[in-house]
Design a protein around this ligand. Structure first.
Ligand code: 1HE
Length: 257
């Protein structure tokens, strides 16, 4: 798959997926969304974690508004479903994905960031949902994923009032898990990806695929699903080896952060 607006770089077992449409602030055209889907769908088997970032001064300006004007209601529905399918490949793909954020993370850009498993933001980052003032609504899964990060009340406020969160307030609200100095989000994301790539693959799989489902199940179902997945994870030879390494003094202790 080649697409000029997406760059895929493999650095050992880390995939770096870069939005490369800086002239348009990485606005997500249909072609770019489909390229994103194809990229995550076809990651090589050797990849253990991925980082997504954006070229230029902003992570992503959201939906390419120049394409919006051409769509009727039915086409709009299918367009939204296309985004859902593409961002599902980010969230439900084979490996954890870390978003390295800077500058604008707005509209569909915030929806994309929300589909990732961890968000690292530098101090230039800002978050907004301009859909509210453009007379439209989120369509890339934002109404499902964004409230899980910041809550329904904050998202409602952002869309009703056009409120913009800066990097510090955004981290406090729950958009990002890491706030780092200007220009260092990518490096920190790579460090985290390298750490994640050393985990047992079944643990990462459970975190990506079991945890979000368990969190939405009624408690009794959740406890049962948890028991199933923890039974599977601990039965892997790799899990037994890691526990043995600790007991025999070969693995690191947990230390204060
Ligand atoms: C674009 C887009 C875009 C920039 N679609 N072309 N998103 C928005 O409503 C955000 C709209 N964008 C902005 O508010 C600003 O562009 C930014 C704050 C992101 C960046 O500002 P700045 O000053 O660095 O750049 P710029 O001069 O505004 O834009 C540079 C170029 O990118 C310019 O094109 P040019 O040909 O005149 O150089 C802009 O037109 C173009 N550009 N953003 C198309 N979004 C699944 S539903 C999701 C719904 C949404 O995402 S709605 C929110 C859309």
């Amino acid at each position: 798959m080649t697409h000029t607006d997406i760059q895929l770089e493999l650095r050992g077992d880390i995939a770096i997926v870069r939005l490369a449409r800086a002239g348009k602030r990485n606005a997500l055209s249909d072609a770019l969304i489909l390229a994103l889907r194809d990229t995550f769908q076809n990651l090589p088997d050797t990849v253990r974690a991925a980082v997504i970032d954006g070229e230029g001064p902003h992570f992503c300006a959201g939906l390419d508004l120049s394409e919006l004007k051409e769509r009727d209601a039915g086409q709009g529905l299918h367009h939204s479903r296309m985004w859902h399918a593409a961002l599902d490949h980010v969230q439900q793909g084979p490996v954890p994905v870390i978003a390295a954020l800077h500058g604008a993370v707005v509209g569909g850009g915030l929806e994309l960031a929300s589909a990732c498993h961890i968000r690292v933001a530098d101090t230039t980052t800002f978050y907004a949902l301009p859909e509210g003032s453009r007379g439209i609504f989120v369509g890339g899964g934002g109404s499902v994923r964004i409230p899980k990060l910041i809550g329904v009340a904050r998202m409602t406020d952002m869309m009703l009032t056009g409120r913009v969160y800066n990097a510090e307030d955004g981290e406090r609200a729950g958009f990002a898990q890491y706030l780092v100095p200007e220009g260092t989000a990518f490096d920190r994301a790579i460090e985290l990806a390298q750490r994640i790539a050393t985990n047992a693959p079944l643990t990462n799989y459970a975190l990506m695929h079991a945890l979000p489902r368990i969190a939405e199940q009624p408690a009794d179902h959740g406890f049962f699903t948890e028991a199933l997945i923890s039974g599977i994870a601990q039965s892997a030879p790799e899990a037994k080896e890691r526990v043995r390494d600790f007991l025999e003094g070969r693995a690191g202790k947990v230390t204060k952060g």
